[in-house]
Design a binder for this molecule. Structure first.
Ligand code: ATP
Ligand code: LTN
Length: 335
């Protein structure tokens, strides 16, 4: 394989545009990605091909895809530093998936926990695409020769399959793909539901009061925090048996950048009511500039389009190079 000593390591990650992004995405994914932009060559993708493995309303999908892109930028992804693109714009993703399909065992895909979960959740539409979801994800990663892939715990099994496919292909032919590693950030904050703090805050939770959407207004943010579920004690302390207060302490830490210890001392002797008021104010202040930047972008489609077209062009250059190698190795005629 070529030596790439003068190049920064490559990172690729993506989010499926199946809903409005939440504080969970900001804390667990986007904020970490923003910090990686200087040290790594980053590719961030809106995974619309993955989104259609579950039936989508077309107008809604188009809207969500652009909204997700705008939110990435509002959260600090800088299109001058990173490549931001829409998966379906780079046709090589679907093309490499086809080749990788012929290297993937049926058993490997049927063992995937996400496939098992989603086929139960969407039992009316267990389609071949849902089964193939992890192979498409492998193609996303391998096309860019990514060194590192920042993913949540739930996607680690897919990354393991990606590594196996890369090794299998390399072994069958010759070195073609970089074998990627998962990248789990040191301080990946996990944000919990405001109504059931034992559960992850998730955009698909039917209880809207449990989710802080990044598009929520100041008033809505404050109300959701004030109504959040806490335990029956009275101490402001980070502890396993105080999931609700611990979650609010995490949010306060993210919003103010003060350490959890400092926040605990600030509120020593004060009640839950005072604390919730302070968290509500701090979160509203923290999310306001992100939302304002998001609104500017979503109302200026031309700027957003230009960014995404530039991203597509950058991404395609690398993706096409990898796909050409693959096509050659498997024996496709190329002129
Ligand atoms: P769904 O409910 O539709 O399954 P979700 O909201 O749980 O979706 P994804 O869209 O799969 O989450 O999340 C993409 C990535 O964002 C995850 O891999 C994870 O890194 C991060 N993420 C999402 N929710 C949270 C959360 N509550 N806390 C921390 N990170 C999160
Ligand atoms: N399946 C991922 C989103 C995703 C992704 C990727 C993440 C699609 N392609 C490639 C990392 C690398 C999810 O649901 N979080």
């Amino acid at each position: 394989m070529e030596l790439q000593t003068d190049q920064k390591p490559v990172i690729l990650s993506g989010v499926t545009p199946s809903g409005i992004l939440t504080m969970g995405h900001l804390a667990g994914a986007l904020s970490n990605w923003v910090k990686l932009q200087d040290k790594f060559e980053c590719y961030f993708m809106i995974a619309d091909l993955h989104a259609i493995t579950v039936r989508q309303n077309p107008a809604e999908l188009r809207k969500r895809t652009l909204e997700t892109a705008a939110m990435f930028i509002a959260a600090g992804i800088d299109p001058d530093k990173s490549t931001l693109f829409i998966q379906s714009h780079v046709t090589e993703h679907a093309q490499l998936t086809w080749v990788l399909n012929t290297f993937t065992g049926m058993g490997e895909c049927s063992r995937m926990t996400q496939f098992k979960d989603k086929s139960t959740q969407h039992s009316e539409n267990v389609n071949v695409g849902l089964f193939d979801y992890p192979v498409l994800m492998a193609a996303d990663i391998l096309l860019y020769q990514a060194d590192l892939v920042p993913v949540g715990e739930d996607q680690k099994q897919h990354l393991e399959l990606t590594r196996n496919l890369a090794q299998r292909f390399n072994h069958n032919y010759s070195d073609t793909f970089k074998v990627p590693e998962p990248y789990i950030p040191e301080v990946g904050a996990r944000i919990m539901s405001l109504q059931d703090p034992e559960k992850k805050m998730s955009k698909s939770d039917p209880n809207q009061g449990s989710i802080l959407f990044l598009t929520d207004s100041d008033e809505v943010i404050k109300n959701k925090i004030k109504r959040s579920v806490t335990d029956s004690g009275s101490e402001i302390k980070f502890a396993d048996n105080k999931a609700g207060i611990s979650n609010l302490l995490t949010l306060m830490h993210l919003a103010t950048k003060r350490s959890i210890k400092d926040i605990e001392s600030d509120f020593a002797g004060k009640g839950y009511g005072d604390f919730k008021m302070a968290v509500a104010e701090a979160m509203a202040d923290y999310l306001r500039p992100i939302r304002q930047r998001y609104e500017e972008l979503i109302n200026n489609k031309q700027q957003l389009t230009e960014i995404l077209v530039r991203g597509e062009e950058n991404a395609r250059k690398i993706a096409a190079k990898t796909l050409r190698k693959v096509y050659k190795k498997v024996g496709f005629v190329q002129f």
